[in-house]
Ligand binder design. Structure first.
Ligand code: PLP
Length: 424
């Protein structure tokens, strides 16, 4: 069967085989590949992994059961996956200068759950950024285990500056005497002052948990300060700026190593996902290279230009800019709310999220530059993205075609083409 699609690279053989066996599902994979390569992924939590990471994910390691830890498994035949996990652990420790790393957490949420399980008892008080200001679901949402099992106290952001008010954090800690203080957010565009949080935690005898799911890739590339020297436990995801597979990571000192490992397995998880752990090892290896350092700095440079250009286009940019990959922009000056704006942007092929704004009672747009930077975009391209952004909000014609043209210049997976099958 041949589908004529001039100018497109051929999809890999694996796609063709899948299409023969399961055309229904193959259409989903190919459609998603096309979607990702013909629109711009500005979701701050997303990125494009390398082909090497995808290879590890799609490898026979996916077949292996491996409860336990290297050298101490509940299953036979773990000799080789043990090597993969040791590589992942050693590379994570070296990358972040941590005494201990647990690479088994299935996701960022699982990592946070394990940190709480290791350090807290149900009913304990925890101080974290309030959800209306950018706290994650695991920071006390009533619909999440965290809000159900712990007594969360939320700190906010300064409504004028959009910055963390460290005095408010200290006052709340003194008043509520939490067992743990959590720093980290889904939307905070500035560096977090981990030393200040450490002081607050020490002041009230609390553990400090850094949920660095967003900035950890920048930390790996030396483009953001590291929480490792300050926090008792650092929780992270491996799939955002860090550019690894979807998954979690926990870093801590040697003193907490055993508690953290037991909190992951057997307390909150079963068998480790060895294909993902192998893919994490690949990603940590990539993140230790000078090319990744350059990438992380480019992510920030791009985000700064994007923030400035959006401000010039009339968007209200929270905190006046960014230190990271994240930009938070309110479309209200354009006369639209965030949800309407997101719909117009999506129609134009600009894919992003809405997000809480610092004043705590409104929503804005959250953008990130991790994925477009992986595609090879630079500062000049960010200025173009901001212009397309404003045009899409104004519902001008031709924006979808312009986004498609821009995306075509930066294929995320050049060897996979746009996902369209050219020859089977
Ligand atoms: C701060 C923070 N914590 C935890 C998570 C949870 O990660 P996951 O979606 O992998 O469970 C996220 C994900 O966006 C996050 O931003």
């Amino acid at each position: 069967m041949t589908t004529v699609s001039p100018g497109r690279a051929a999809a890999p053989a694996a796609y063709a085989a899948l299409r023969r066996q399961d055309p229904e599902l193959a259409e989903v994979l190919l459609g998603e590949t096309t979607r990702q390569s013909t629109s711009l992924q500005l979701i701050a939590a997303e990125n494009f992994t390398s082909e090497a990471v995808l290879t590890a994910l799609g490898s026979p390691l996916a077949n292996k059961y491996a409860e336990g830890y290297p050298g101490s498994r509940h299953h036979g035949g773990c000799e080789l996956v043990d090597v993969a996990e040791r590589l992942a652990v050693d590379r994570a420790k070296a990358l972040f200068g941590a005494e201990h790393a647990n690479v088994q957490a299935h996701s960022g949420s699982s990592a946070v759950l394990a940190a709480y399980a290791a350090l807290l008892r149900p009913g304990d008080t925890v101080l974290a950024m309030g959800l209306p200001y950018g706290g994650h679901l695991t920071h006390g949402s009533p619909s999440n285990f965290s809000g159900r099992w712990f007594d969360f106290v939320g700190y906010g952001l300064d409504p004028e500056t959009g910055l963390i008010d460290y005095e408010q954090v200290r006052a709340l800690a003194r008043e509520r005497r939490p067992k743990a203080v959590v720093c980290g957010s889904i939307a905070y565009p500035r560096h977090i002052d981990y030393a200040a949080f450490r002081e607050v935690a020490d002041d009230v005898g609390a553990h400090l948990i850094a949920d660095a799911a967003h900035p950890i890739g920048l930390v790996a590339g030396g483009a953001a300060p590291s929480p490792v020297p300050y926090a008792d436990v650092v929780c992270a995801t491996t799939h955002k700026v860090l550019r690894g597979p979807r998954g979690g990571l926990i870093l801590c000192g040697a003193d907490l190593a055993e508690r953290i490992d037991r909190a992951v397995f057997p307390f909150t998880q079963g068998g480790a996902q060895m294909h993902t752990i192998a893919a994490k090892a690949v990603a940590f290896g990539e993140a230790a290279t000078p090319a990744f350092t350059a990438y992380a700095h480019q992510v920030v440079a791009n985000a700064r230009v994007l923030a400035d250009a959006l401000a010039a286009e009339g968007f209200a940019v929270s905190t006046g800019g960014t230190d990271t990959h994240l930009v938070l922009a309110d479309p209200a000056p354009h006369g639209v709310d965030a949800r309407t704006a997101r719909g117009r942007l999506a129609a134009a092929g600009l894919v992003l999220d809405t997000c809480a704004l610092p004043h705590g009672d409104g929503r804005g747009l959250r953008l990130g530059t991790a994925a477009v930077t992986t595609q090879g975009m630079r500062e000049a391209d960010m200025a173009r993205v901001a212009a397309l952004f404003a045009a899409a909000i104004r519902e001008e014609g031709g924006v979808r075609a312009a986004v498609r043209d821009l995306a075509a210049r930066f294929p995320p997976y050049p060897d996979r083409g746009s996902g369209e099958i050219t020859a089977l």
